[in-house]
Write a protein that binds this ligand. Sequence first.
Ligand SMILES: C[S@@+](CC[C@H](N)C(=O)[O-])C[C@H]1O[C@@H](n2cnc3c(N)ncnc32)[C@H](O)[C@@H]1O
Length: 267
Amino acid sequence: MKCILGSFLSYPLKGTAPYIVLILVDCREMESIKDPSIYRNPVILQSEDLANYILETSVYPREPEPLKELREATSNHPWGFIATLPEAGQLMTLLLKLLNPKKTIELGVFTGYSLLLTALNIPDDGKITAIDIDRKTYEVGLPVIKKAGVEHKINFIESPALPILDKLLEDPANEGSFDFAFIDADKENYVNYHERLIKLVKVGGLLVYDNTLWGGTVSWPEDKVPPNKRSGRNAAIEFNKKITKDSRVEFALTSVGDGLNICRRVA
Ligand SMILES: C[S@@+](CC[C@H](N)C(=O)[O-])C[C@H]1O[C@@H](n2cnc3c(N)ncnc32)[C@H](O)[C@@H]1O
């Protein structure tokens, strides 16, 4: 069924009578534009069909078996929907392959989808400092990580991320020593994480921030955003604004997954 999205007057030829042009769209698509929260996370896309198209034609067919296994194990977890989205993971994989980082850091592990994909794409002697406040969720994915033979690359630290970053900065040897950082912990601290990580990641290294479009709500008027999504939405807006002004990085705010802000340290 078609709905009227809009209309305008058209004058086909000078001097002829105008006629009204109606813009018709599929009603289901229009619903998705009005209320994207009915869909899973990639609501930044026009429709769920488009999100599924990307997943089914490009992401799932090339997803490595261990990642698929971990994603399936995570889908049974009550908070499974907070995991890094596989289409974002696919882009991260490409970035990791291009950068070939040896020393990386990850804030916000959950069951380990992004952690495992990082571990799969760094050299065998590469190391990941992985920080999360909850070891139990990390243990959900740990058997898959072990089976994939990459556990030796991971140093998991159960702690809030901020004090660990501050501790790392106490040792000047750590400054500029990381090649790659993936940030997916509490959004309200992204600005604080950035101030620390910009010193820990080397010039030329990458800092990749997840959820920076927060389900598309960054462009909504605040009063239209469900109360439980406001804090994350406001944090994402503040963070993106800060990055735009930060001359120490060049960056791309991409609409892949839930929004990846990909920053490269240049100063
Ligand atoms: C969106 S999930 C991470 C998803 C993960 N990257 C993946 O691939 O599935 C956010 C994680 O951040 C953790 N977290 C929340 N606040 C934190 C903090 N202050 N420090 C460290 N981790 C935190 C949560 O426990 C949760 O596991």
